[in-house]
Design a protein around this ligand. Structure first.
Ligand code: SF4
Length: 356
């Protein structure tokens, strides 16, 4: 089990970040926030995929004006992403957002910062501050090293602390994974505020998922991190799917179907890749909260051992498929029927789990 670093908890519209709360999964809408229907539709898709919190961009007054209706329809807490404008921050708070993402250093005027902090405190709305290597003030902090990123974020934290505000979440983002890991490690030794993990601009889904999993996953395995966002150049639903799977791999989330499949080799007697894909597609409709392991193995030599260890398993070969469940060999079916048979047993086991 991963021993998570103890942080103070902030409350984002009923979802805890930090403390004993599970690592919260977030993403960000790609819609124009003032397009209420499109934004609510995407929030619902993200929530359905497993998002705990969703962020929306609020670059203009018309976006802030849309927040009350979006908030009313959203099944998950909302974070307003705001830069530079204290008026937009005040509007977003007034409109009912559950958290702000802004850097007070961008607002500059202490009176305006004080106004935002007071409004956030009155409504018990946390603020995420942080540093991003790409937008670091290099004239002030120099090259975006881990130390520079940490110092820049701490300066934002201190502005809020000076106003007596401590409902803070910190992010330290860089495209460079080693820099990001070092920055978060350093910060985790300096403060007990919850940390929002992300690898910024991680890229297209294949590369971005690997980059994010290495960066975010390493930190989570070290017990660092209280909420995560995978930043992918893709439909944000893909961010949630990838993030959820990473949390499950690290045993930071339980439940759902895990498919174990052998890589296939010269001993394989079936088209293992096509079979595993078919099983995945056929099981995609099953939304179980209980953990269930399904094995798809390519031969009857080494396959049965693994298939027997899964909750439901298949070992194909010699024109047949051997089906296993609960450690027992159940039956042998023609290869053409083996996926149907496997799916049938998965559905049966899930139904039994639900009855428990
Ligand atoms: S289970 Fe069989 S087919 Fe799959 S990798 Fe192992 S030996 Fe090869």
């Amino acid at each position: 089990m991963i021993q998570r670093r103890k942080t103070r908890m902030v409350n984002v519209g009923g979802v805890g970040i930090g403390g004993d709360a599970p690592v919260a999964l977030q993403s960000m809408c790609t819609t124009k926030t003032h397009d209420v229907d499109a934004t609510v539709r995407q929030i619902n898709q993200l929530a359905e995929a497993g998002a705990d919190i969703v962020r929306i961009a609020v670059p203009h007054h018309e976006d802030a004006q849309a927040i009350p209706e979006i908030r009313k329809q959203s099944p998950v807490p909302l974070v307003a992403d705001i830069h530079f404008s204290h008026l937009l921050a005040l509007e977003a708070i007034e409109a009912g957002v559950d958290k702000l993402r802004l850097n007070p250093g961008n607002i500059r005027d202490p009176n305006k910062i004080r106004e935002v902090v007071r409004a956030a405190r009155d409504r018990m709305i946390p603020i995420r501050v942080g540093a991003n290597a790409g937008s670091l003030d290099t004239a002030r902090y120099g090259h975006p090293t881990a130390d520079a990123i940490v110092q820049s974020a701490l300066d934002e934290v201190h502005i809020l602390e000076d106003e007596g505000f401590h409902d803070i979440v910190i992010s330290l983002k860089s495209f460079e994974v080693p820099v990001t890991i070092e920055a978060y490690r350093k910060m985790s030794e300096l403060v007990d505020y919850p940390l929002h993990l992300g690898i910024t601009e991680a890229g297209l889904p294949w590369e971005g998922t690997i980059r994010s999993c290495v960066g975010i996953g390493t930190l989570l395995a070290l017990g660092i991190g209280d909420t995560i966002r995978m930043s992918l150049t893709a439909d944000p639903v893909e961010e949630i799917k990838a993030g959820l799977e990473m949390l499950r791999v690290l045993d930071l989330r339980q439940g759902g179907i895990t498919i174990v499949a052998c890589p296939s080799c010269g001993r394989a007697d079936i088209d293992l890749h096509a079979t595993a894909q078919a099983v995945k597609a056929r099981l995609s409709h099953i939304k179980t909260k209980k953990p269930l392991r399904v094995a798809v193995m390519g031969c009857v030599v080494n396959g049965p051992g693994e298939a027997r260890m899964a909750d439901v398993g298949l070992a194909g070969g010699g024109g047949v498929g051997l089906i296993f469940a609960g450690g027992e060999s159940l039956n042998k079916v023609p290869e053409a029927d083996m996926v149907d048979e496997l799916v049938k047993h998965v559905e049966r086991v899930v139904a039994e789990q639900e009855e428990d």
